[in-house]
Design a protein around this ligand. Structure first.
Ligand SMILES: NC(=O)c1ccc[n+]([C@@H]2O[C@H](COP(=O)([O-])OP(=O)(O)OC[C@H]3O[C@@H](n4cnc5c(N)ncnc54)[C@H](O)[C@@H]3O)[C@@H](O)[C@H]2O)c1
Length: 394
């Protein structure tokens, strides 16, 4: 700690660090950035100068050895998480790790062990659960189920008890991805592992968070573990999540679309900017969520306005739009800053992490199981003893 602030070191200074972590760290008064570490030292120096880091290095061990550092943020490629976390935990540092926490469940067990043995806190950046739009979606579903109201013109069965399936909740997640977001490193088997392990850990985590305390019991998956795929995850309550992930889509449609059907109503969230409810009287008005970064002229909110803002931003740029990312920050609120805030508070007030090592393990484990389900074309059980492992600390 320095003057009441947590001293932070950033390990991995790539695109994500530049557009999320370092601006988020700079915006929080409880944090003081001390180190930036990247294998590419010139890159660490460039970002260090821009974000005011006191020290740069290309060796993460140097960061872990600094007694002043309280919190280490990891935004490297995935394969190196385990050695960094083991080193950081042994030095008593708290750790905020990018998703996926690990590429294999064995690595994830070792991470859980290192963190618990050394009594440090770990947070995994499965940030969607912290987005204002998904938190509001979850609240509106459970509020409705606690006090169901139905449009008078809808036919709702009142003359018999509902059949069990009529009370199941269904979560549909549709992802339209573009290659700008899954560069080749993300599909490299050694450092990326493909889109199920790299990206779908997000949606597996959203499903577990949404249906908690129910536990997943069965998984089916199809397609390619590297790119387009689908997953169905069933819960102990009969609820389920179905994911369709397409790498041939377009961000002009909601890149991420969430739909819940429950209690004879439908709740939809379009790319973190607009939530709509169907079938509940008095809830017809869409709820809008502000973007995290946008500095243009369009004042309206909601998904149509988001697309108009997107077009405004890219107009005037010809050809491939990838380079625009670097010059025009433009982003919906997917919960990254909220995760930073919640984890910072958890450390300062000694409270549980908002997305701890068990959640990190479980999303990795389910992603591995989905890959196995694709490879053997089988529906697989999610055994409780694998989903909630016993960790023996010695
Ligand atoms: N939570 C989210 O929504 C979200 C979104 C985008 C990316 N991410 C995650 O962020 C991470 C980084 O993604 P990116 O797009 O910035 O990748 P990137 O390739 O741009 O950056 C990774 C950086 O890590 C550095 N690095 C690798 N091994 C290192 C080591 N041993 N020591 C120090 N530096 C090392 C590389 O040199 C590179 O600069 C990935 O894990 C990705 O899954 C998360």
């Amino acid at each position: 700690m320095r003057s009441g602030k947590l001293v932070v070191a950033q390990i991995g200074a790539g695109k994500f660090a530049e557009y999320q972590d370092l601006p988020n760290i700079s915006s929080l008064p409880q944090l003081a950035l001390k180190w930036i570490c990247d294998l590419d030292r010139a890159r660490a120096e460039e970002l260090g100068a821009r974000f005011g880091a006191e020290k740069v290095t290309s060796d993460f061990r140097e960061v872990c050895a600094d007694p002043e550092v309280d919190l280490i943020k990891i935004a490297t490629s995935h394969e190196i998480h385990l050695p960094i976390i083991e080193c950081a935990a042994a030095a008593g540092k708290h750790i905020f790790c990018e998703k996926p926490m690990a590429m294999r469940d064995e690595e994830a067990w070792k991470i859980m062990k290192a963190v618990r043995k050394n009594h440090v806190k770990l947070c995994v950046d499965l940030n969607r659960r912290m987005s204002p739009a998904l938190q509001a979606l979850k609240k509106s579903v459970y509020d409705h189920l606690a006090n169901p109201r139905h449009s008078p013109w809808r036919y709702i069965e009142t003359r018999r008890e509902p059949l069990p399936e009529e009370e199941f909740k269904h979560l549909l997640i549709r992802i339209q991805d573009e290659s700008s977001s899954y560069g080749l490193q993300h599909v490299d088997p050694l450092i990326g592992g493909g889109e199920i392990i790299g990206e779908s850990v997000h949606w597996l985590d959203v499903a577990c968070w949404f249906f908690a305390p129910a536990r997943p019991v069965e998984i089916t998956a199809w397609g390619s573990s590297r790119l387009s795929h689908g997953i169905n995850l069933k819960f102990s309550t009969g609820d389920d999540m179905t994911l369709t992930f397409s790498c041939s889509g377009t961000f002009d449609y909601p890149k991420e679309l969430f739909e819940v059907t429950a209690g004879n109503a439908l709740f939809r969230s379009e790319f973190f900017v607009e939530n709509t409810v169907y079938g509940v009287p008095g809830a017809e008005k869409p709820e809008y969520f502000p973007m995290k970064h946008y500095s243009g002229a369009i004042k309206a909110e909601g998904f149509a306005a988001y697309i108009a803002k997107y077009r405004e931003r890219v107009s005037g740029f010809g050809g491939n739009q990838k380079e625009i990312e670097t010059s025009h920050p433009f982003e919906v609120d997917k919960g990254h800053l909220n995760m930073w805030k919640a984890f910072t508070q958890a450390i300062l007030e000694d409270r549980p992490s908002p997305c701890d090592e068990l959640a990190g393990f479980q999303s990795t484990y389910l992603a591995q199981l989905a890959i196995r389900a694709i490879e053997c074309r089988q529906t697989l059980p999610v055994p409780v003893e694998r989903f909630v492992p016993a960790i023996f600390l010695r």
